[in-house]
Structure formats: structure tokens, C-alpha cells
Design a protein. Structure first.
Lengths: 331, 331
């Protein structure tokens, strides 16, 4: 069933298991305690950043499957994507497994898009189980989107730090696990922001639009959630989100938490906080879902946000279209 | 319902309308007669190849919606992707519309992935209508994946020519239109091909695997289809496909047609034929679906194929993982 932009699941799929892996810098923050694997070396034994990113994603998928106790043969499909050109991390990680692969691209909102689509496939009875996963790596993102690390460019104060990490979860049915109750599909929002270092400001309108759509479609209000979790708006973007939702009559300030804002211990060199597809993926799969499993959060709105730019579009003077897909999670 | 890697639709969604647009070179071939819009100038009035590609995709989406007579408000979601880094053509095209957008990446098999996922969303009752679309542009693909056009590099004999064009269709329910009966999800296949100019050889094993899976899962044989349509294997890849399926006990030779092989009038400078996400998208939406609407083809297996490489993965010595998703279309 659909109302507005929100699709509702008749038999809400369950998150049977979840896993996350993170880099050394991330280990110093909340992920250090909650991630299944914490790396001392961000190269993860590989020869390139991109291969390390792919290996992390593959490891997160394997770990989630292992924790679900289903085995590889118990998985029906993988829905995954990442930030690298032609989503090579996801495609090459999928090569490690025998089940089908559906490639997605929604920048840093890939985690919520994959849960939304995966839940529709499970609830619709098309598959019994689905793995949803994504990740990112600071060094591969930096050299693809911005400058070679060796150049030592100064980071502007509105910049964010791409999280080195990956997270994955297994969707299925049963009596246990967090439920995916519904999902709100995002529309593309473009407020004309052209500063590629200011993703928070670019993405906040998309997050606000999806979150407000979600409230309207489901008849809920911010108080109905223990947590309204955005992906990687950072400190500045989070402030803009609060303003934009306030203008629409919703005060999310007491419930809103941004994964980018909480992922690092001290926001200093990272300025506005974390970003990247791995940001919301690790915080959700390591921290939030663990807290939900323990009953500490009962109802969470997970609205990851994605900036749909490329270096080519920016180079050609285009502004940054953004999107946010949301899923409602309940114990 | 799922059997093997194939998902079956209870109430097969209908293709309510379909549209395609193609470039000047493509107009000389079969698309000239069947495409809704044929361009004289491949720049399409834009200042860059990438913007022209985006405009074509947006036009194909608009045309398909117009032909469906549903209007923009009658569309529930767009599923789209393309070959450019961070699928900017699809993301920027989605900016032109008010309905939600789910970004996909499956290289040149994006058309069949989008139909498969869109059909699941429609059949599952999550949306009433979905637009599935993709496209490509020779010049943007060439400079992103290979060399700047200005360099005038010699093309090796195993090379293919990226199709300049875009195609889209509207899925929904009703009594009219071609039915999407089922869809076979692809798994990633990597036979170790590293030659980025030899996509046909790289992709043929993925196509063979999905097509054979489809036969097994559905209990059908090549003779049950009027057409077994692959995306862009080209002349060489098509020969390999026939060999590989023959080895598994299926003789597809009398039914198999490759979009890349038929899209151009004379295969000369294009060597092995057409390629790109726009290749299968235009041939399906302009030619094949028009023939199906006229009852000339009753049952078609559409198995688009994608090479999941990037310039970075190739530069780092990786081979080319490939995938093929298939959908069974029936009048």
C-alpha cells in the first residue's frame, strides 16, 4: 500500500542481523565499542584504497550473513551500492558471493534505499531474505571527489570527513528482530547549492522534504519517534534541517540525531562531522540497531541523505541535486 | 514467488507506454523508423555531451509519460540509472520531475534491472505506476571510459560503439499492454577478461548464466520464445553466448538477437555493434515493444547485460565482473 510517497509493508520484514566494520579513526568514536570489526590499518591489507573499501563491504556482508546463521545459501539477493564510480566496491564485493546482486546508487542514502527496496521484495514475497549493505572509504572518496591526499589541501570549515567503514544487514521474516514498518521514497531536491564542500547545506532540504512527507503520510509527529536519524548532514546541515522542518510545523529538535555528528569523538579536523555512504551504514548497523535490539530505542526514523553530484557535473557548473529515502524501524 | 533466481508476478504488470529517442548515427539504423524522436545534432542543443545525455533521458521519460496519458501526477516512482559516474544523467533528469526517484546502477543492464524492480513494486501493490528508463551517449561514454575524442585513437576490431539514445517505459496495471511475467535476477560473473575494449566476451558468460537460470526456473526452452534479446554483446559476444548456452543443453541460435548487433545499419566503424545502457533501452522501447504491441512477437526474453568495471578498477589490474538481469515479456 502506498500513501503519498510512503509505501507500507503488510508483514513488516525483520532485520535478522546486522554488522559493521570501521577504520582506525572511526574506532576512536562510538563505533569503536559497537562495530564488529575495527581496523588498525585502513588499507585492510590491500594495495589500494579502493580495494580496501571493497574488502570492507564484502566483510560487512559476510559478517551480517554469519550473524543471521542463514549461511550464504540462505540469502536470496544482495542490494548494494557505494560512492565510487560505477559502484565498483559493491560490484566487486558481489563477486565474492553466489546470490543475485541488484546494484543501487543513491550516494550516501544508499543504506535506506536498499532497506526500502529490500523490504518491498521480502514483504511482497519475491524473496525470503535480502542483504542490504553499503560502505565508503575516506581516502578513495577524497581522491575521487576532491583532491589527491598527497596534495595536502586545506579543508574548509564547512567540510565533512568521509567515514571509512561499511555496514550491512539481513532482512527476512520471523518473530525476532527490528521491524521495517514502512519506507518513504525521496524526490530529488536542488536548492542551488554549488559548494561541493558544503554537502550538509545541499542535502538538508531533501532530508526535510522526506521527513515531512513521512510525517504527513503516516500521520505521525516527531514525538512518536525515539530517534529521527539523518545520514550525514553534519553540524551545519542539521541546523538547517531543524529550521526547514520547523517552518513546516514540525519541531524535530528533541528527537533528531545526525550520524555524521555523532560518529567522531571530537569534531575537530572533521569540522562538520562524518559523511559518506559508510557513515549512516556503520552508525545504523553498529550503534542504533544494537540499541534497538536491547529495547533502548523503540521506534526510529532512519532518513539517510545523498548528494547526487559528480566531479563532472560540478565542473560543468551544475548545482547539487540531493535525495533522502527514509525507513521507519520499530522494535 | 521465487524459484531459483527468478521472481514471478501474481498480476503481471503491464507496459502502458514506451518511448525512445536516439542520435543521428542511430537514426540511420532500425531506430530511425521506430524511435519517437531522432536527433540531427547529438549535442541536443546543450553545451556538453553529459548535459545532452541527461536531456535525452529526461525526454524519453517525458515522452513515455505523455504516451501513457497518465500525466506526471499519475506516476508514482522513477527507477533509473546510467553509465556516467554517480549516474548524473538519471539524477539530474529526475530533478525535472516531482515523483520519487530510486537510483540504480547495473551498467548496460540497467533497463532490465529497472523493469524487474519496478514490476515487483507494481505487482506487490506498493506503487500503481513506475517509470523505468536509461540511456547513454557515445561521446560522454568515450571520454569517461576510454580516451578523449579529440585524441582520435584507433579502435580495435573487438570494440563496440556506445549508442547515443535513451528509452523509457511506464509500468502499471490494466488490460492493455505487454505483460512482465517474471524476472530473473543476475549474479556477478567474472571470467577474468581484462580487455576493456572486449565487453562482449566479458559479458557473454553473465548473459548465458542468467538465460540458462531463466530456462531452468521457468521450465521453458528457447523455442518457447519468439525472441531472446540480449543487450549489447555485439557480434563476438553473441557467438560466445551461443556456445556457452549450447554447452548447458540449450540451442538459442534460432531465437537469439542482440540489440548491439541490430542497432546499426552497417557494422563497420562500430566493429562489433552497439553498446551502452542506451543500446538495449532504445531497441527495446522503440523496436521490440512496438512489434510486440502489433502482435508480431508474442513472448520475448529480455536479458540486458552489464559490465561492472570502472576506469579505476581496470587501472588497478582488475578483471571485469559482469551481470545480466532478464525479464520475460508477453503479449
Amino acid at each position: 500500500m502506498k500513501k503519498g510517497n510512503t509505501i507500507f509493508f503488510k508483514n513488516p520484514p525483520r532485520i535478522l542481523s546486522h554488522a559493521a566494520i570501521c577504520g582506525s579513526k572511526e574506532t576512536e568514536g562510538i563505533l569503536g565499542k559497537y562495530a564488529d570489526v575495527t581496523l588498525e590499518d585502513d588499507m585492510y591489507g590491500e594495495s589500494t584504497y579502493e580495494k580496501a573499501e571493497c574488502k570492507m563491504l564484502s566483510a560487512a556482508i559476510s559478517l551480517a550473513i554469519k550473524k543471521s546463521r542463514l549461511g550464504e545459501s540462505g540469502i536470496d539477493v544482495l542490494l548494494s551500492g557505494d560512492l565510487l564510480n560505477q559502484i565498483i566496491s559493491a560490484s566487486f564485493a558481489a563477486r565474492d558471493f553466489t546470490f543475485p546482486f541488484l546494484g543501487l546508487y543513491s550516494a550516501c542514502s544508499t543504506m535506506s534505499e536498499s532497506i526500502l527496496l529490500g523490504s518491498a521484495l521480502v514483504d511482497g514475497g519475491y524473496v525470503k531474505t535480502a542483504v542490504c549493505a553499503t560502505g565508503s572509504h575516506f581516502a578513495s572518496a577524497e581522491r575521487q571527489y576532491r583532491y589527491p591526499l598527497e596534495l595536502g589541501c586545506t579543508r574548509p570549515p564547512q567540510a565533512q570527513w568521509t567515514v571509512t567503514g561499511a555496514g550491512g544487514l539481513v532482512l527476512g521474516s520471523g518473530q525476532k528482530g527490528v521491524k521495517v514498518v514502512n519506507g518513504t521514497m525521496g524526490t530529488v531536491c536542488d536548492y542551488g547549492v554549488t559548494d561541493v564542500n558544503n554537502m550538509g547545506a545541499a542535502m538538508a532540504p531533501a532530508a526535510a522534504k522526506t521527513i515531512v512527507s513521512h510525517f504527513v503520510d503516516t500521520g505521525t509527529a516527531p514525538e512518536d519517534y525515539d530517534l529521527i536519524l539523518t545520514g550525514d548532514l553534519g553540524a551545519l546541515g542539521s541546523r538547517i534541517l531543524k529550521d526547514l522542518t520547523w517552518e513546516k510545523g514540525y519541531d524535530v529538535s528533541s528527537r533528531h540525531v545526525d550520524c555524521g555528528e555523532i560518529v567522531y569523538k571530537v569534531i575537530e579536523s572533521e569540522f562538520q562531522g562524518g559523511s559518506g555512504a559508510g557513515c549512516s551504514a556503520t552508525v545504523l548497523n553498529a550503534y542504533v540497531l544494537t540499541k534497538m535490539d536491547a529495547g533502548l530505542y523503540k521506534r526510529v526514523l532512519f532518513a539517510a541523505t545523498g548528494a547526487l553530484l559528480s566531479t563532472v557535473s560540478s565542473g560543468q557548473g551544475e548545482s547539487i541535486p540531493c535525495i533522502s529515502h527514509a525507513v521507519q524501524l520499530e522494535v
